[in-house]
Design a protein around this ligand. Structure first.
Ligand SMILES: CC(C)(COP(=O)(O)OP(=O)(O)OC[C@H]1O[C@@H](n2cnc3c(N)ncnc32)[C@H](O)[C@@H]1OP(=O)(O)O)[C@@H](O)C(=O)NCCC(=O)NCCS
Length: 210
């Protein structure tokens, strides 16, 4: 699969369904709100320090439905591809893995992007089973298929050891640690790690045997 964002079919049709051994990844839907609401309520302390309030803060089911409809719209218009992580065995919503088109400086519209930033969260009772690593591996394949993306980045607070273990496990290099705003308005400046993986496309690096 190769996805060309400069093609006539833009916005980019990335897959709306990805399967891994244990997971199904698909865009959020407004009707996930009922299932997600108690998850966010129960995971405030787990997610709050690391995930922006606009994503992790609990809300009423109708407000959450509006938030998720916004995520679905972002997905369809290629602003941000947020996949709900769903268990294949029991259909429970376990978290999210996302791809954000970006430049060296910021998240940008796809047409100006040369890389993908990857984000993720899992509900606390789904951690320590390798599920986030499995989900990130799947979206890396999607990023590699976008013709204009040369690299993937994971940006995480240096204090977030569980998060930085994921790029380390997947072969990313720690390119820089830089001062940045934390996810909460009240956060002091934090040390943000920038993990990078050069994307390889099928066939790249092969030499002819003829
Ligand atoms: C970051 C976060 C997703 C990491 O979750 P996680 O469960 O540690 O990550 P994984 O799902 O990849 O699981 C890794 C763990 O499973 C274990 N594991 C078991 N089977 C595994 C497999 N097949 N592959 C990889 N790891 C496996 C690993 O050894 C590791 O365990 P350890 O923590 O005891 O070393 C989770 O802590 C979280 O949601 N945090 C809050 C939100 C957040 O910080 N998001 C990132 C913002 S930058």
């Amino acid at each position: 699969m190769t996805i060309d964002p400069r093609g006539a079919d833009a916005p980019v049709p990335v897959p709306t369904e990805l399967s891994t051994a244990r997971l199904r990844l698909r865009p959020w839907r407004a009707d996930d709100a009922e299932q997600l609401q108690p998850v966010l309520e129960a995971n405030q302390a787990h997610l709050g320090p690391w995930i922006p309030a606009r994503v992790a803060d609990p809300a009423t089911v109708p407000r959450l439905a509006t938030r998720l409809a916004g995520f679905a719209d972002d997905f369809a218009t290629a602003r941000a591809w947020r996949y709900a992580i769903v268990s294949r065995s029991d259909a429970r919503v376990l978290g999210e893995v996302s791809l954000f088109p970006r430049s060296a400086e910021a998240r940008v519209p796809l047409a100006s992007a040369d890389r993908a930033e990857i984000g993720y969260w899992l509900r606390a009772d789904a951690t320590r089973q390798g599920l986030a690593t499995e989900a990130v591996r799947a979206v890396l394949d999607v990023a590699a298929a976008v013709a204009t993306f040369t690299r993937a980045e994971i940006r995480c607070d240096a204090r977030n050891a569980a998060s930085s273990a994921i790029p380390r496990r997947l072969g990313f290099m720690l390119e820089a640690t830089q001062a940045a705003a934390g996810v909460r308005a009240t956060d002091e400046s934090v040390a943000l790690e920038v993990w990078v993986l050069e994307l390889e496309r099928p066939g790249e690096g092969l030499t002819s045997c003829a």
